[in-house]
Design a protein around this ligand. Structure first.
Ligand code: MF3
Ligand code: CO
Ligand code: CO
Length: 305
């Protein structure tokens, strides 16, 4: 026993905690008493004891779950490949939606967006200044020079896989081409930064650095997410932020990386006409790519190729 006087609060929160100034992370990782610690337990407990946010056990997928998500990912990729083949000037975004619905259901899948929290269609189609969650419509016809994100999520045998790509309609401006390219690089650089026992914020910092270096901003109000057994699981995969923040990433976790990169400011708003469509505040262009990734012992593996 050292000579320091110990003042306890008898379980009461300090004023700073009460005010939400210190956010204590939940102790998510539990080991049954008497159970020997695995190497993984030891590594996760090390970070948990330092106060970091660590995953709950249910976020570590079983081999069977991983195979299920992989199969959902393969169908999802086939859907996006079909969109890539058919998308053209003069086509409405509703036609894209119909392709997605017909192909997915024909192959035994369900488009996850359909009726998800009231979303009325089978995929999201987001053109130019639309950041994400654009609703396919008969009135919306693709024009030469448009850049469009098509975001598809497929449920197959109860497992979910989520991915999106940008498409350029005909020829566009060099500015839009560069935005689409850099947004893709941001996703790839964010994925490259994810190694076992790094943090969500490490990936976010790498994405932010690349976007800013190219004169772009990163949308802060929306993030990637765990995925696989449900559409949106923990953790929040931030794309903007500081190293060492957010959840610890460990082998067996499955999540998306889907940075939304703006040519202008990072601020966005939700269109009050439909309560879904997210648009840049300054109406500048925005681009996004997304994959579903599995954390392995070596780093990330793409499940939506
Ligand atoms: N696919 C989107 C994502 O990447 C979510 C779309 S939700 C919807 O997380 F309801 F708009 F489909
Ligand atoms: Co997603
Ligand atoms: Co998506």
């Amino acid at each position: 026993m050292c000579g320091k006087k110990v003042v306890t609060l008898h379980g009461k929160k300090t004023f700073r905690e009460e005010m939400g100034l210190i956010k204590k992370n939940p102790r998510n990782w539990h080991v049954k008493s008497g159970q020997p610690l695995t190497e993984m337990d030891k590594r996760i407990l090390f970070f948990q004891n330092k106060g970091h946010l660590v995953p709950t056990r249910d976020l570590i997928k079983t081999p069977e779950q991983i195979e299920g998500i992989r199969k959902a990912g393969m169908l999802n990729t086939a859907v996006l490949d079909l969109v890539a083949e058919k998308i053209r000037e003069g086509m409405s975004t509703l036609e894209i939606d119909q392709l997605v619905y017909d192909f997915t259901t024909k192959h035994g899948g369900i488009p996850a967006p359909l009726n998800y929290e009231g979303f009325p269609k089978s995929c999201c189609t987001s053109i130019n200044e639309v950041v994400c969650h654009g609703i396919p419509s008969e009135e919306e016809v693709l024009e030469e020079g448009d850049i469009i994100n098509v975001d598809c999520t497929t449920i197959l045998d109860g497992y979910f896989a989520d991915a999106s790509r940008m498409f350029i309609i005909g020829r566009t401006t060099p500015e839009r081409e560069r935005l689409v390219q850099v947004a893709k690089e941001c996703m790839e650089i964010g994925a490259e930064a994810c190694k076992p026992y790094t943090f969500v914020g490490d990936s976010a910092a790498a994405i932010t650095k690349h976007a800013h270096k190219n004169g772009y901003t990163v949308v802060r109000d929306l993030c990637g997410h765990g995925v696989g057994n449900a559409f949106h699981e923990e953790p929040d995969m931030e794309h903007w932020g500081k190293k060492g923040t957010g959840m610890l990433l460990v082998p067996g976790m499955v999540f998306t990386i889907e940075p939304m990169i703006n040519a202008g400011g990072w601020q966005v708003f939700v269109d009050s006409d439909d309560d879904w469509t997210v648009v840049t505040d300054d109406y500048s262009d925005s681009a996004q790519w997304e994959h579903t990734y599995l954390m392995t012992e070596e780093g990330l593996e793409i499940l939506t190729y």
